[in-house]
Design a protein around this ligand. Structure first.
Ligand code: AMP
Length: 547
């Protein structure tokens, strides 16, 4: 997001002041206590500033890292391997797709999938509402077991509660595992993140086990627009790669750069980064990205817009023809066109109805003049009937977020906080944590929370300021539901949002959501629609019984 970008520099400057390239802490007592929401050392509980490369545990210092390793070694002497070897064909039976310098392992699904005929494949796609375009498209899978994953990855999927793949995963996993370049559009909360992380974990582990790359070279990069989203992706990546030779580095503004450099130099498989910070880092340190064979652009519509596009292209140019996977809930035509100039022989996958908000979210649009918006919000938040905490209130500016948060606190007495790009990473983490644990009932947020961040418990979103683009709106509304759980969105609109009236009405119509009278009859709305609305009303009046 632009916001993220603009402030990455400010944050990195602040980091250097706080942590002027300090060397890795040697002793446990040199480390500070952990703040709520920060990682804790698995040995002493202090701030887990580093990650032990061999075990992936959070540690505070070299001293505690040694303790972790000693513990780990004594556990390793017990029977039972920590890392399960992936069963891939022996080297000479295995085909590798050579694309420049990186070699990608060959993958085939279970026999049962390969034997499906065209009709079966088509009917399966219809059933799961997945549409595909492109050449030589692999059939969807039905079950994770069809993918012949490493047993440890299967175990991690089970622990995460992923019993069966979601529709987007059914089609995307085989395509991604085949090494295809893909452009995927799917509803928010439909399981997109795992669609790219599972193939990344699988491929990285294969490469490491078969020693197809030097240990210190990263193999995959995921780019996402906000720090929160990156942190969330990393968390999921760690959960999926647990116990496997798979480590991650989070490269975002707001976290000290020396720590990030140290982490990458130790040898990791996956970099999860905001583009600005990664470009910044690459300009300071000479990293060998020659073995990066997978690149993901999450929220691609945002990543290819002005502001991010130059940085993303710089990163693509630093790589040697990786497999590129692009994802978003909303992919406008111009972005689709642009992406096709980047992707060679791409496969287009769309699942669900991504051009309208998540169908599980009930949208209630209310016409409210700007001067009345605050009072309307207080009324909603004070009503047992209308307020469904925990809720996110979306606004357009940082200052607006702070002011509105204070006003809500004073007027309603509710526990509320604001979250935006000017808050430090630590503050943002703490707020998110208190929100997710139920300590805070309302969060007033700018676009930082709009995209991808998985607000598992949120069932209500209030769009206080209509964002400038409908894509952003779809993402914000999508926060109210994950994987089809019902949610609600209350949306304030007035003439200040007239630029989007026409498209907004079309969107509400497609979602079968009621359209407020003022919006439908506004001269800024589609004129023919206003006419239809008038006719509908006349018909209704005719049929209404007269008293
Ligand atoms: P995403 O669309 O990636 O933000 O995912 C939305 C939520 O679905 C996250 O909480 C994921 O952990 C969860 N999820 C992803 N895939 C699956 C699956 N196959 N089964 C159950 N939950 C899933």
């Amino acid at each position: 997001m632009d916001e993220e970008n603009r402030h990455a520099e400010t944050f990195s400057e602040r980091d250097e002041e706080e942590d002027p390239g300090s060397p890795v802490k040697a002793r446990c007592w040199e480390q500070r206590e952990a703040e709520p929401g920060e990682p804790r050392c698995v040995i002493c509980g202090r701030y887990g500033q580093y990650i032990c490369d061999e075990t992936d545990d959070d540690v505070c210092s070299l001293e505690c890292k040694n303790s972790v390793l000693q513990k780990h070694q004594s556990e390793c002497k017990k029977p039972g391997p920590i890392v399960h070897a992936i069963k891939v064909p022996v080297e000479d039976e295995c085909t590798y797709v050579r694309d420049g310098q990186s070699s990608l392992p060959w993958w085939e699904p279970e026999e049962i999938i390969k034997t499906m005929n065209n009709d079966q494949v088509e009917s399966l796609r219809r059933e799961i509402e997945v549409h595909v375009e492109g050449e030589d498209i692999p059939p969807p899978i039905l079950d994770f077991a069809n993918c012949k994953f490493d047993p440890k990855l299967n175990e991690n999927l089970e622990v995460a509660g992923y019993d069966i793949p979601t529709p987007v995963q059914m089609q995307t996993l085989p395509a991604a595992l085949k090494g295809r370049n893909i452009l995927v559009s799917a509803d928010t909360g439909s399981g997109k993140t795992a669609s790219f992380l599972i193939p990344i974990v699988t491929r990285c582990v294969m490469i490491r086990i078969h020693k197809l790359s030097e240990q210190t070279k990263p193999l995959a990069i995921v780019l996402a627009p906000t720090r929160e989203l990156c942190a969330q992706i990393e968390e999921q990546a760690k959960a999926l790669g647990k116990g496997l030779p798979f480590k991650t580095a989070l490269i975002v503004g707001g976290d000290a750069m020396p720590r990030q450099i140290y982490r990458i130099k130790q040898g990791i498989e996956l970099i999860i980064a905001t583009p600005g910070r990664l470009v910044d880092l690459l300009s300071k340190i000479d990293f060998d990205l020659g073995d990066v064979c997978m690149l993901v652009l999450d929220e691609v519509d945002c990543m290819l817009q002005q502001g991010f596009r130059e940085q993303v292209m710089q990163i693509i140019q630093a790589l040697s023809q990786p497999q590129i996977m692009m994802f978003s809930a909303t992919i406008p035509r111009d972005i689709e066109k642009l992406s096709s100039t980047i992707l060679k022989n791409p496969l287009l996958i769309s699942a669900g109805k991504p051009s309208i908000p998540n169908a599980a979210v009930k949208q209630t649009v209310i016409w409210v003049e700007t001067k009345n918006k605050k009072q309307k919000l207080f009324d909603i938040l004070s009503s047992n009937h209308h307020f469904q905490p925990p809720a996110v209130v979306f606004v357009n500016s940082r200052i607006g977020a702070d002011l509105l948060s204070d006003a809500i606190k004073h007027t309603t007495g509710l526990k509320v906080a604001s979250i935006h790009g000017e808050k430090t990473m630590l503050e943002r983490r703490q707020i998110l944590k208190s929100f997710l644990t139920g300590e805070l009932l309302v969060v007033v947020a700018t676009g930082v929370l709009g995209r991808g961040v998985d607000l598992l418990k949120v069932s209500q979103v209030i769009v206080f300021d209509m964002p400038n683009s409908l894509q952003e709106y779809i993402h914000q509304v999508g926060r109210a539901s994950r994987l089809g759980t019902p949610g609600s969105a209350i949306v304030f609109i007035n003439n200040e949002d007239k630029a989007i009236f026409k498209d907004f009405i079309a969107l509400l119509k497609a979602a079968k959501a009621p359209i407020p009278r003022e919006l439908a009859s506004s001269p800024y709305s589609h004129s023919s629609y206003a006419l239809v609305y008038k006719q509908q009303n006349q018909r209704k009046r005719k049929h209404r019984p007269r008293g």
